[in-house]
Design a protein around this ligand. Structure first.
Ligand code: NAP
Ligand code: HSE
Length: 432
């Protein structure tokens, strides 16, 4: 008789229902690949009255204890989201000797360490492939397929909502407010879009990716975060003039001199960069390793079936461990203590857009101010505005420390000829 591995599913929303569908759709292959049958025994939900026709024959409950205390259930799959009670449920499951699979970036980014410790102590598995990049395999490739490398850089488009919005602004010249409304109507952005547009969703994923890539614990408060709310159609148009596109990137760099630098912010990305052509709701993660060179992982970063693809793969991995009588092949990989590079010491090129008086000597004053702050300019564009006697200046700098550019901006704002500091964005250009 074939062994049956029983699963408790916490949550049956977008991803939970996708997991049920994938397990059903690919049942035969999955059974053969695992060497045992996978069966969802019980599903935890909040509202027992909601119609869920796809749950035929599966026991439904609104009490977590029904799953936790069921000795037949060996794997708990957490898909309710948010920090609480998801964190407590996962911890209790691990302490009860059940392996845990999750897609929850909030918990992994903020409480990953205690979950890893509980898994190890109780000799069970803890897997979280779907917490970054939805259906894109990236956690397992970093932990396994690329583990022969020293990873020096990881850079990703890890938020589909903002990538959709920036793509629409680029393709149609629309305003931020208009594309946000459209993204909400299409169901990409939530009614409260803050976690996406302010960069927090991407920051959680940046913390998870950097912790794994650089083998050191990167906490959420180590990530400097800037969202896309200040991007205007004018910035998008100037980016095009500079042969760039604007993308919200999660960036992690590891340097023996300056430490680990992890941030999320919009950047002007040269059109030649592999990430520049990742459009719409798609995600991609670009990795640089000292043996593999450059590698990029691309696909759907969200959605019911794509995310379920990653969750079910984790379930299969855990089930294979059970069939083989093993656990935790790849344990927590944060075994080094590395210093975190303070934001002031991070180095980037910058794009600065200023509204200035349109009169003789103004460009000279601005160039002198940059020079005295120690900022070297790469290019300057000046366009006449339809505001009388004013011009807009866009300067692009050579790489410079964040503290220096901040000093230059303060000094520029004090010049009587500078009327408005319109935007300051990073430019990503160092591929090599
Ligand atoms: P969702 O559609 O909102 O579904 C959440 C499910 O959890 C619902 O079935 C809900 O029950 C249940 N639930 C919520 N709080 C609960 C509680 N306190 N007790 C019991 N049940 C509770 O969420 P989702 O989009 O599937 O996301 C699930 C997880 O996957 C999140 O961590 C999310 O970040 C992650 N993720 C999602 C995507 C995506 O494309 N959606 C992509 C990558 C990762 P009711 O049905 O009764 O309301
Ligand atoms: N809100 C996320 C996005 C999906 O827009 O990509 C879940 O991680």
């Amino acid at each position: 008789m074939e062994k049956v591995i029983k699963i408790g599913l916490l949550g049956s929303g977008t991803v939970g229902s996708g997991v049920i569908k994938v397990l059903e759709m690919n049942r035969r292959q999955i059974t053969e690949r695992v060497g045992a049958q996978l069966q969802i025994k019980t599903v935890l939900v909040r509202n027992l009255k909601k119609p869920r026709p796809y749950l035929r024959g599966i026991h439904l409950t609104d009490r977590f204890e029904d799953i936790l205390n069921d000795p037949e259930i060996d794997i708990i799959v957490e898909l309710i989201g948010g920090l609480h009670p998801a964190h407590e449920y996962m911890l209790q499951a691990l302490e009860a000797g059940k392996s845990v699979v999750t897609a929850n970036k909030d918990v992994v980014a903020q409480c990953g360490q205690d979950l890893f410790e509980a898994a190890e102590k109780n000799r069970v598995d803890f897997a979280f492939e779907a917490s970054v990049g939805g259906g894109i395999p990236i956690i397992t490739p970093l932990k396994q397929c690329l583990t022969a490398n020293r990873i020096t850089e990881i850079m990703g488009i890890v938020n589909g909502t903002t990538n959709y919005m920036l793509t629409k602004m680029t393709e149609c010249g629309s305003s931020y407010a208009d594309v946000l409304k459209e993204a909400q109507e299409k169901g990409y952005a939530e009614a409260n879009p803050s976690a996406d547009v302010d960069g927090l969703d991407a920051a959680r994923k940046a913390a998870i990716l950097s912790s794994i890539a650089f083998n050191t614990r990167v906490r959420l408060d180590n990530v400097s975060v800037e969202g896309i709310t200040k991007i205007t159609p004018e910035d998008i148009a100037y980016a095009k003039d500079l042969d760039c596109v604007i993308k919200l990137l999660a960036v992690g760099k590891d340097s023996p001199e300056t430490g680990v630098d992890v941030r999320v912010h919009p950047v002007l990305l040269p059109k030649s960069h592999p990430l520049a052509s990742v459009n719409g709701v798609y995600n991609a993660i670009f990795v640089r390793g000292n043996a593999v060179g450059e590698a990029m992982f691309y696909g759907q970063g969200a959605g019911s079936l794509p995310t379920a693809s990653a969750v079910v793969s984790d379930i299969i991995d855990v089930a294979r461990d059970m069939v083989n009588g093993s656990f935790g092949k790849v344990r927590c990989t944060c075994y080094e203590q590395k210093k975190i590079c303070p934001l002031s010491k991070t180095v980037s090129s910058y794009y600065i857009r200023l509204l200035v008086d349109d009169e003789p000597g103004v460009l000279g004053m601005i160039a002198t101010t940059f020079g005295s702050a120690g900022v070297s300019l790469k290019s300057v564009i000046q366009t006449r505005q339809n505001v009388k006697d004013h011009a807009e200046i866009v300067a692009v700098t050579h790489p410079v420390e964040h503290a220096r550019i901040q000093q230059a901006v303060r000094e520029l704002q004090e010049l009587p000829v500078v009327d408005e500091m319109r935007n300051l964005l990073r430019v990503e250009n160092d591929r090599g």
